[in-house]
Design a protein around this ligand. Structure first.
Ligand SMILES: [Zn+2]
Ligand SMILES: [Zn+2]
Length: 194
């Protein structure tokens, strides 16, 4: 597509403003985003902190590797525990497990379309915002303090009965995980426990 080549040229010349690109070509922002996504997929450009940059040849490889590192702790992502933010701009942010995902949540500024993670028992994909989280249990397959996701409330409570910790819904969990990081104990956050 010619427009993509033109866009690439403009980015090479230093253009970083998506809105200006849309105006220049007389198309919608969405079309420009699609073009940028394609260029990014081809490894020709990188989008970093809202800036557009022309990629060098090794970037595609580096990007593939980067994609599989946790965006919070840099650990390699584990498919069994993966926690993913799907952004409205088409990008995905992966973390190694719900622990890092919950910690990262409040620092994501881009609009989030969906959050997915896996059920710790069934490994089925589930919506991160409707999952039940067991925080601070004795089971730490990835990061500590442990945060594990369950699609069924009953499973979360059964797990808690065996391995300790507390059960939280998403919103609470994003707060409690920080308290846990700060104080290292779930006792100090009693106000969240019901
Ligand atoms: Zn991590
Ligand atoms: Zn982890």
């Amino acid at each position: 597509m010619d427009r993509r080549r033109e866009i690439l040229k403009l980015i090479k010349e230093g253009e970083q403003n998506t809105k200006k690109l849309a105006e220049k070509f007389g198309v919608s922002l969405m079309s420009i985003y699609r073009d940028l996504k394609e260029l990014e997929k081809e490894g020709l450009i990188i989008r970093k902190y809202g800036k557009l940059e022309v990629a060098n040849r090794n970037v595609k490889e580096a990007k593939d590797k980067e994609r599989d590192k946790c965006a919070f702790c840099q650990k390699e992502n584990d498919d069994r525990l993966r926690f993913t933010f799907h952004l409205e701009n088409g990008k995905q942010i992966h973390t190694c497990c719900p622990h890092c995902g919950l910690l990262l949540y409040k620092s994501i500024i881009d609009p989030i379309e969906a959050i997915t993670t896996k059920d710790f028992i069934t490994c089925n994909l589930l919506s991160g915002t409707s999952a039940y989280y067991v925080l601070g249990s004795a089971a730490t397959p990835c990061c500590s303090p442990s945060a594990l996701a369950f699609s069924r409330k009953e499973d979360a409570y059964m797990f808690k009965n065996g391995f300790g910790g507390e059960v939280f819904e998403f919103d609470e969990a994003t707060k409690v995980i920080w308290e846990l990081m700060k104080y290292g104990s779930i006792l100090k956050i009693g106000k969240f426990n019901k």
